[in-house]
Write a protein that binds this ligand. Structure first.
Ligand SMILES: [Zn+2]
Length: 273
């Protein structure tokens, strides 16, 4: 009887925690795609040549669920996932809708809009390095998707805003900005391994935590980083303090979420209550 209750509780918890991922079939959103397979091994799933995070469907043990990040630059319309189960290869179509993100004018130091020639190589190296980190695959038995808000503070710029810097159009905002005084503590949004700690030209003091498969969270502009690369952090553990390092017009935390190397809306992973 005890064992039965334990199993029931685990099952209920799995369903509850899984409910924290909300599907939104738009650029910057998440597609939840069921895949039928009798194999014990999870299917291999690819989107835009990036491997996709896959989990057991908590409501049906015969099914797997691909948790697909849809990049902000993805065109609306049909897109295809490549699926390999055992020796079988197939494709699944997903239908991506348009989403209109608002525009925002921001004033920053001119060196961050047209960087001086001496930092161009640094910027390119950092972009390549971050791309390698965010596309890396780490196998885990179970990926927990529900995230804590990493800092106390008001949202000063939401995800997906189309930015115009000093009058020049730039890319979409790939995270949420939380305005908070310098020194405000920042906590890990979910348990994981610290896979990057660095000082970047645009994002200042930056931390990346790997939560398994391709699911990662990104923390930028920190005043101080209080953990080290390779550390294992618990959900809610202190990792650093709010600052305004890099390209920042004031003290804030830029918080990003990445799935299959696509930056997606963190809001989809926060508890609804
Ligand atoms: Zn930001």
């Amino acid at each position: 009887m005890l064992k039965f209750i334990f199993t029931l509780l685990v099952t209920m918890f799995a369903q509850w925690s899984f409910a924290f991922v909300q599907q939104e079939l738009v650029p910057g959103g998440v597609a939840l795609v069921p895949i039928q397979s009798n194999h014990n091994q999870p299917p291999l799933v690819y989107f835009n040549n990036n491997r996709v995070t896959v989990t057991r469907d908590p409501s049906n043990q015969q099914m797997w669920l691909a948790v697909v990040g849809i990049p902000l630059g993805q065109n609306a319309g049909q897109a295809k996932l490549q699926v390999v189960t055992g020796d079988d290869k197939s494709e699944i179509s997903i239908n991506i809708k348009e989403k209109a993100y608002r525009s925002e004018n921001i004033q920053v130091q001119q060196k961050f809009v047209t960087p001086p020639a001496k930092v161009i190589n640094r910027i390119q190296d950092e972009a390549m390095h971050l791309n390698r980190i965010l596309s890396a695959w780490q196998m885990t038995n179970k990926t927990e998707f529900n995230l804590l808000k990493p800092v106390e503070g008001r949202v000063s710029s939401e995800f997906g805003v189309h930015r115009v810097l000093n009058g020049q159009p730039r890319s979409f905002h790939k995270g949420i900005d939380y305005a908070a005084p310098i020194g405000t503590p920042i906590r890990a949004a979910q348990h994981g391994v610290v896979v990057e700690v660095g000082d970047y030209y645009y994002t200042g003091n930056t931390v990346v935590i790997d939560h398994g498969q391709t699911f990662k969270t990104i923390y930028c502009h920190l005043n101080s980083i209080d953990i080290n690369k390779g550390d294992i952090v618990a959900k809610g553990e202190h990792i650093g303090k709010v600052g305004k390092t890099g390209r920042a017009s004031g003290p804030h935390l830029h918080f990003g979420v990445s799935l299959n190397n696509a930056r997606i809306s963190p809001e989809l992973f926060f508890a609804a209550v």
